[in-house]
Design a protein around this ligand. Structure first.
Ligand SMILES: [Zn+2]
Length: 290
């Protein structure tokens, strides 16, 4: 664990969080910003709140449990889709149970904006009168979809927007996958996809957008319709154009759009890349989608 320095936060944000931790940290906090960085910051705050030395030292038993995601007093919620009232009620009853290991209990709740109004109201009840050992770290990208009554209970920390990943970083992850697709090697596609699993969700979507551009280039190459948009991948797109008919390339293009929507709605990167490879292989070589 790197401590707050390793998170690349703006200095003012880091100072105010470290300052609050040193004095008296608020029991309800809203971290507003892109999912990956907000989650990393939430985990770091949780580690600090639970650390025996009060700072995330990275060495005490508590810090090590947080790092391995097995700390019994850190409860993380990261559900897919709409979050319903049952989940909020579960959080409330969990909050009434005393901490296991130490003196505190931390709830790290992702996508609070996806809680429906009934769920937000149920959560509000525990935020209004939290047991004194409880800390709630709420994460969101869309604070305007959270009830005013919840917002007014929370101390807000705003993270900077995420920088776009330059194409130059994604092309080395795309080229081997395209080559394996052109060779008809499902195993090769799987191997090439391993690097994609480590990407954040916005990066996966950027990768899919780049793949769409490459498929568009392949269609253009097949019909001699014009120069490629990604000349750096022209060998790969020419190979695809030679191997697959245009209607398959178009179907693959559409598949990318579907998967990009799924990535936005919170599919894990690993599940995404697995589906991408399996579906793309089926479309290209077995003449069907799955
Ligand atoms: Zn520690």
């Amino acid at each position: 664990m790197t401590g707050f320095e390793g998170l690349g936060l703006p200095a003012s944000l880091r100072r105010s969080i470290e300052g609050a931790l040193a004095v008296r940290f608020p029991q309800s906090v809203l971290l507003i910003g892109p999912e990956g960085p907000a989650q990393a910051l939430g985990r770091m705050i949780a580690a600090a709140l639970l650390c025996t030395h009060g700072k995330p030292c990275g060495e005490c038993a508590s810090c090590r449990k947080v790092e391995r995601q097995i700390h019994p007093d850190l409860i993380e919620l990261d559900e897919e889709g709409e979050i319903k009232v049952d989940t909020a009620r579960r959080i409330r009853s969990e909050a009434l149970v005393l901490p296991n290991d130490g003196a505190r209990k931390v709830f790290l709740l992702a996508h609070v904006e996806r809680m429906n109004p009934a769920a937000q109201n149920a959560l509000l009840k525990v935020l209004e009168e939290p047991p004194k050992y409880c800390f709630f770290l709420l994460l969101t990208v869309q604070p305007d979809r959270i009830l005013e009554t919840i917002l007014s209970r929370c101390t807000r920390y705003q993270l900077p927007p995420e920088e776009e990943t330059p194409d130059g970083e994604l092309i080395p992850l795309l080229a081997p996958w395209l080559r394996a697709l052109a060779e008809g090697s499902e195993a090769g596609m799987m191997r090439a996809a391993i690097g994609i699993e480590k990407l954040s969700r916005p990066q996966v979507r950027a990768w899919l957008a780049l793949l769409q551009t490459a498929l568009r280039d392949a269609v253009f190459a097949a019909g001699s319709l014009g120069p490629p948009l990604l000349p750096v991948l022209s060998a790969e797109t020419a190979a695809l154009a030679a191997r697959l008919p245009v209607r398959t390339l178009t179907a693959l293009y559409e598949l990318c759009g579907t998967l990009s929507g799924r990535a936005e709605r919170n599919a894990a990167a690993a599940a995404m890349t697995c589906a991408l490879t399996a579906d793309a292989y089926c479309l290209a070589y077995l003449g069907e989608g799955r």
